[in-house]
Design a protein around this ligand. Structure first.
Ligand code: ZN
Length: 232
């Protein structure tokens, strides 16, 4: 009883209101990030479509996605039920500690598969479950199934991004990996007559394209006007 309907897919499985003010007042023009209009987001993930309220519409590292955009993208993938995809990789509740290690292993395995595609050197890859405290990212998986991309240096935590979606974690990871690879490449192949960023970004796009063309597009969006400034 009391389950609420998802504004993206219509499935009636939400445990709580997606935003503080819900349903939205009549006639309100909605655009993401929705919490600007509707107050505190729930961060609940719809088990059917996988939309995470407050994260997908306000990801911080990517352009916000509207309910309509997300729905169109999800339907174009054949409307897969999120809880089933997620459930398969999800660990047994009986031994969360062991299960969480298993998931971290699965994440590491996938990262190493993708790293092999672009020939990423081991020193560009993150560490798992612990930090070297050197500014190199590391990945944690907590027993609630959340994955964290974390940057620590000399005992201080500088950045922590958290998601339930493995693809999101993989994008964060490989955005950083390809950036580092592209920077090194540019230094070794510098063209003195042009802005160094031109070759660096071009190389990063080329690497991301080998992994997932949608990641290239996302990176281009994130760079915004910097691309033009760099001469691209
Ligand atoms: Zn939904």
């Amino acid at each position: 009883m009391g389950l609420l309907s998802c504004p993206v897919c219509g499935s009636e499985e939400l445990q709580v209101k997606p935003y503080e003010t819900w349903p939205p007042p009549d006639g309100m023009q909605l655009s993401p990030p929705y919490e600007d209009l509707l107050g505190q987001a729930s961060y609940e993930v719809c088990p059917n479509c996988g939309f995470e309220f407050g994260n997908d519409d306000n990801p911080g590292t990517a352009p916000p996605q509207s309910f309509e955009d997300y729905r169109a993208e999800w339907q174009s993938r054949g409307s897969p039920r999120f809880a089933e995809e997620y459930g398969r990789s999800r660990v047994s509740a009986r031994s969360p500690r062991q299960g969480s290690m298993a998931t971290l292993d699965a994440v590491r395995e996938r990262i190493h598969e993708l790293a092999a595609v672009i020939g990423a050197p081991r020193q560009c890859l993150p560490t798992y479950g612990r930090s070297e405290q050197s500014g190199k990212p590391h990945i944690e998986v907590t027993t609630d199934g959340r994955m964290h991309w974390v940057v620590c240096e000399r005992g201080s935590e500088y950045e922590r991004r958290t998601t339930l979606k493995r693809d999101e974690l993989l994008y964060w990871t490989f955005q950083a990996v390809t950036h580092e690879m592209a920077s090194k490449y540019e230094v070794q192949h510098r063209i003195p007559s042009e802005d160094f960023r031109k070759q660096m970004f071009t190389k990063q796009f080329e690497l991301l394209d080998q992994l997932n063309p949608a990641w290239t597009e996302r990176r281009k969006q994130e760079l915004g006007p910097l691309r033009r400034e760099a001469g691209l």
